[in-house]
Design a protein around this ligand. Structure first.
Ligand code: PEP
Ligand code: MN
Length: 264
């Protein structure tokens, strides 16, 4: 179902007027790694909305490496994220980690995110496939392109055609970046499927100084959007301190991409 052999034309999602894929201009999905407080979300959303960002991200359920790390605000975070997004005229995307939470997350979010660590969670893929919300599907940390596309197939085969593929870097032997951004996967996914493909430069790089060149490269190979983490004060953030952009950094980032984004 995901294959271009089955459907030749690009799938273009229209989520409350925000178009993703095909001939739509590339979208920017931005926001903090974790939802931490009302002030943090309001500041970030107001800042991004004023700069034309239509999709706000923020994790309420966080897949942390350590069980002692901040695990997210849960339902309170969902409510906060959706309220702040709505107040600023934005869509809200957030991760769902557990089949038992799909219903509540779908109630508050406009787009359901399946994170890299859950790309192989077939029960979760089936469950979001039954939800009436678009799904942002991240590539697994060590998933082949074929495995990633089969994960999307799980969602479509349950009746949900609205899937956005997201390349976020894969694990390699390289240590100077957190992950290795796989641009071939972006080009191949665009070629082999009709689905929109976006690139998460934040988790791919794991460091701020590479975000501009990686985003430029992603757009050059045909990405339908860029995903980037932005926080009012990255140094005091409860997760991903090393890679979130502050507001000034976002201005520089988006300025460097202006020619390629052609935002109306
Ligand atoms: C995220 O986007 O919040 C996240 C945890 O990313 P990933 O699943 O790609 O690691
Ligand atoms: Mn993060």
């Amino acid at each position: 179902l995901v294959s271009r052999k089955v459907k030749v034309e690009d799938t273009v999602l229209d989520i409350d007027g925000v178009r993703i894929g095909g001939d739509a201009p590339p979208v920017v999905i931005a926001g903090p790694c974790s939802i931490e407080s009302e002030a943090q979300m309001e500041q970030t959303a107001a800042f991004l909305a004023a700069r034309g960002v239509k999709i706000l991200r923020g994790g309420a359920y966080k897949p942390r490496t350590s069980p002692y790390g901040f695990q997210g605000m849960g339902v309170d975070g969902l409510i906060l994220g959706s309220q702040v997004a709505q107040a600023n005229g934005m869509l809200f995307v957030t991760e769902v980690m557990d089949t038992r939470d799909v219903e509540i997350v779908a109630e508050h979010a406009d787009i359901l995110q399946v994170g890299a660590r859950n790309m192989h969670n077939f029960a979760l893929l089936r469950e979001v496939g039954r939800a009436r919300r678009p799904v942002l599907l991240k590539r697994g940390l060590s998933a082949t392109i074929e495995e990633w596309l089969y994960a999307a197939e799980y969602i479509l085969s349950e009746g949900n055609p609205e899937v956005i593929l997201c390349e976020r870097g894969i694990r390699t032997y390289e240590k100077w970046t957190r992950n290795t951004l796989d641009l071939s996967a972006v080009a191949l996914a665009k070629q082999e499927t009709h689905l929109p493909v976006i690139v998460d430069v934040t988790h791919a790089a794991g460091r701020r100084d590479l975000l501009i060149p990686l985003a430029k490269a992603a757009l050059a190979v045909g990405a339908d959007g860029i995903h980037v983490e932005v926080h009012p004060s990255p140094a005091t953030a409860l997760s991903d301190n090393e890679q979130q952009l502050d507001f000034e950094g976002y201005e520089r980032f988006i300025g460097a991409l202006q020619g390629q984004l052609k935002q109306p």
